[in-house]
Design a protein. Structure first.
Length: 400
């Protein structure tokens, strides 16, 4: 009805403008306009043309936006794989907890659904007020209580009981409900990084990965995509601390990929956005309740956030040791775990993050002071004696 009314108004205004101009000329001919005063054409009636044009553009943009979003939603719903993961029902207004997994798609077809061990495990927490997104990386060798199976590596939960047992274990660890499950296989990860045009990360330590035609990752800012991106997030044997460095590399890639997807040159390009979503969802396994409508609701809750509101952290861990079966496991930092559980219970992870950041900043300062003191105490080299500058101490972040 508005479109028809708008068209009628434009026609009426167009007709009204012409008589008004003709009438002014006619009055001037009859001498009713004083001599020496030029006739003034009314501008008041031009605005309906402008308003009408803007209205048409807005309507077309709205229609295009709806069709665009519908296409993306349809792509997600049609391509995803759903499983009965036995996740918890979320009440309106509650925080959202999502278990995010990365797995090797080469697992045997006859295995129980979700039973292969996971290379990547992250708990995503979205507060009830939508004030941020917190991603907690879980160490797969973390020594935990697995309901009904005793103590073992966290990764053993999926091998023993698939998605339901892994979710039960995570819920028991943090004393929170898990509402949704999202798992991507590594072939999908390769494809998504390529669809995004690569993701850029600051790599703190140079290393190589891969047996055949290995990839080399220099220290500093690097661009990752396809096989190189997959090797970057999977490698752990190149590091002395194993899984900890791998988890940190995974966090760098997740943060960069999210920032890349939210960039103007991706979101403002409907074709490219649809390609990314289509590629992503083809390699995605989710719980039965996670469809495009739920994704849209979560997205709307986060509409005012940007990349800076994403917090990446790692589950508190202690020392590595051998368990009763002789396998190498990683202990939990029980004190920090209690603090983390309390923050989750209060829906105030920001409090926990702030306290941890202060501790890490102090630790970083102490490391730098030790390095500076060590550099000062070292014997003066021949180059320094000749007036050459003393080398700068190493820094934690090579990209500034």
């Amino acid at each position: 009805m508005d479109d028809r009314a708008g068209s009628g108004r434009l026609g009426a205004d167009r007709g009204a403008d012409q008589p008004e101009v003709a009438g002014a000329s006619h009055e001037q001919d009859r001498g009713s306009v004083s001599s020496g005063t030029p006739p003034r054409r009314s501008r008041r009636r031009r605005w309906p043309w402008v308003v009408g044009a803007i209205a048409v553009v807005l309507v077309l943009a709205l229609v295009a936006g709806v069709l665009y979003l519908s296409s993306v939603a349809r792509s997600f719903d049609d391509n995803r794989t759903t499983v009965d993961a036995q996740t918890q029902q979320r009440e309106a207004g509650d925080p959202v907890n999502i278990l995010l997994l990365g797995s090797d798609s080469r697992a045997d077809d006859d295995r129980e659904e979700g039973s292969e061990r996971k290379d990547t495990m992250m708990l995503v927490h979205i507060p009830a007020d939508g004030s941020g997104v917190y991603v907690i990386s879980l160490l797969r060798d973390l020594y935990v209580d697995i309901p009904g199976h005793g103590r073992d590596k966290l990764n053993a939960a999926s091998a023993e009981g698939g998605y339901p047992l892994l979710i039960d274990t995570v819920e028991q660890m943090f004393d929170i409900p898990v509402h949704h499950l999202v798992e991507m296989d590594f072939q999908g990860f390769r494809s998504v990084t390529s669809a995004l045009g690569g993701v850029s990360v600051c790599n703190p330590t140079a290393f190589s990965s891969g047996q055949k035609n290995p990839s080399y990752f220099p220290r500093g800012q690097i661009l990752l995509q396809d096989t190189a991106a997959l090797r970057y997030v999977r490698e752990r044997h190149a590091f002395g601390d194993g899984d900890l460095s791998r988890v940190e590399n995974q966090q760098r890639v997740v943060e960069s990929a999210l920032g890349r997807f939210l960039s103007v040159d991706v979101l403002a390009n409907p074709g490219r956005t649809n390609d990314v979503v289509s590629t992503f969802s083809r390699h995605l396994t989710v719980d039965e309740g996670l469809d495009s409508q739920i994704v849209g609701q979560v997205g709307w809750r986060l509409r005012d956030l940007d990349k800076g509101d994403l917090e990446m952290l790692t589950v508190p861990s202690g020392d590595a040791f051998k368990d009763a079966r002789g396998q190498s496991v990683v202990g939990q930092d029980e004190q920090l775990m209690r603090q983390l559980r309390a923050a989750l219970a209060d829906d105030d992870l920001g409090r926990y993050v702030e306290a941890r950041e202060k501790e890490e900043a102090q630790a970083k300062k102490e490391r730098q002071q030790r390095r500076a003191a060590q550099a000062e105490s070292e014997p003066t080299s021949q180059a320094e004696a000749s007036g050459a500058a003393k080398p700068e101490p190493a820094v934690d972040e090579p990209c500034g």
